[in-house]
Design a protein around this ligand. Structure first.
Ligand SMILES: [Zn+2]
Length: 122
């Protein structure tokens, strides 16, 4: 198997997922996360509260979506750097089945299952 081919395929897959997610964001009507985060913290607290609560779910969804996009971007960077497919925490290869399910996975299964270790320390 040509490794350059595999890499190109992975990149295509990641780019495709990324645009799928961004399309979903458009459909949700969610905007810039900073704008979403500022909702409900304006001057007219009373009026804004119900609206803010309603928007909170959307904001949460938007945050989740944006963090997935960020993860995909990081996976693309790792692809460029040649470290794609390796756990960012322990450096061990991430199993193919896991990458098939979550192509932008940054952690191997043991590392992602370990509480408090889910973030890159350095
Ligand atoms: Zn690991």
């Amino acid at each position: 198997m040509d490794q350059a081919d595999t890499q190109a395929q992975t990149r295509d897959l990641l780019m495709q997922k990324r645009s799928e997610i961004l399309t979903k964001v458009d459909q949700l009507g969610a905007h810039d996360p900073a704008e979403v985060a500022n909702l409900g913290f304006g001057k007219r607290i009373g009026d804004a509260t119900a609206y803010a609560v309603e928007r909170m779910t959307d904001a949460y969804q938007a945050r989740t979506i944006y963090s997935t996009v960020a993860e995909i971007d990081q996976a693309l960077e790792r692809l460029e750097a040649g470290t794609y497919g390796r756990c960012v925490s322990c450096g061990r290869p991430i199993p193919e089945e896991r990458l098939a399910a979550v192509p932008w996975a940054a952690l191997c299964v043991p590392c992602s299952a370990r509480p408090g270790k889910s973030k890159l320390v350095r």
